[in-house]
Design a protein around this ligand. Structure first.
Ligand SMILES: Cc1cc2nc3c(=O)[nH]c(=O)nc-3n(C[C@H](O)[C@H](O)[C@H](O)COP(=O)(O)OP(=O)(O)OC[C@H]3O[C@@H](n4cnc5c(N)ncnc54)[C@H](O)[C@@H]3O)c2cc1C
Length: 266
């Protein structure tokens, strides 16, 4: 979509350094050097752009460690074991995951087995993940499958305190723009990038460059960020105890989480 609207895509090119010199950013990569008036950091939860520019790190409470395994199996067996149009989510504060959830996703030629827990609550990630694998239903579902991929990854579930500074924008995971309850981040990454571009165009056209940060934050809030921030608060309420979590999950079967919050249904 970006290239279709005029962006030039450069792949396999690692950011090495970024510095501001006079009014431009000087960017060096593994292949070349660039100069830019604006920078949009879209380099994920560990954003090296923002690290090199000395932006604050995410708080521990705002990071979820996920472990996923792709387990190869033929489609017929997958459908028999998990159904072909169901996802399986596993919750349980006391006995499984203090702050997060685990999942089994049936795919075309593999079952994704995943687990995600707030970083500060993990004592031993591999051991806790293995405990999930040993739940009888999970064990049975992945019996005689072939491990294709094992990948740990972080998900940020709290918005950065700063999303703009001195012509640099944080978008997507780099800004912590992820639904803190479900971990959904793809639509917010796309929307925040679009809003960053719109902010630059609008501010330049109206001569409001000095208000760019304010405009960016306001547009994000109006679009989706204000509800994500409310969800972050709400998440603490859901994960207080198993009873609260169960009540939320029952509501979640028929309502969107934003509706549960806005209508105060829990
Ligand atoms: C296990 C798991 C399951 C998920 N499931 C879902 C889901 O079902 N639905 C959903 O909406 N979201 C899901 N998410 C969240 C979603 O993946 C992210 O929110 C989304 O990918 C964020 O997009 P992004 O472009 O901001 O960052 P990323 O997708 O992380 O992309 C960042 C890019 O920057 C590149 N990069 C990093 N450092 C450098 C560097 N120094 N130089 C050059 N390039 C660099 C990386 O290679 C990468 O390509 C899931 C996340 C995880 C971990």
């Amino acid at each position: 979509m970006a290239t279709a609207s005029g962006a030039e895509l450069k792949q396999n090119e690692k950011l090495i350094d970024i510095k501001k010199e006079k009014s431009d950013y000087k960017i060096s990569t593994s292949k070349s050097n660039y100069s830019a008036k604006y920078v949009i950091a879209a380099d994920g939860v560990n954003s090296s752009t923002l690290r090199k520019l000395k932006w604050e790190k995410f708080n521990k409470e705002d990071l979820i460690l996920t472990i996923t395994q792709e387990m190869g199996l033929n489609k017929k067996e997958i459908d028999e074991r998990l159904g072909n149009d169901e996802i399986h989510l596993f919750f349980g504060i006391k006995d499984l995951i203090p702050l997060g959830y685990a999942w089994l996703f049936p795919k075309k030629e593999a079952i994704t087995v995943g687990w995600g827990n707030q970083i500060g609550k993990i004592k031993h990630s591999k051991r806790e993940f293995t405990k999930f694998l040993n739940i009888p239903f999970v064990k049975q579902s992945i019996k005689n499958t072939k491990l294709i991929k094992y990948a740990p990854h972080l998900i940020p579930v709290g918005v950065r305190s700063m999303l703009y500074n001195d012509a640099v924008f944080a978008v997507g995971d780099a800004g912590g723009m992820v639904d803190p309850i479900s971990g959904k981040g793809i639509p917010y990454a796309m929307m925040s990038a679009e809003i960053a571009i719109q902010t630059i165009n609008y501010s330049e056209k109206k001569g409001k460059e000095e208000k760019m940060g304010y405009i960016y934050n306001k547009r994000l809030d109006r679009s989706f960020l204000s509800i994500l921030k409310q969800k972050r608060e709400f998440r603490n309420k859901i994960f207080q105890n198993d009873e609260k979590l169960k009540s939320f999950l029952e509501l979640w079967e028929t309502h969107r989480s934003s509706e549960i919050i806005l209508k105060n249904l829990l």
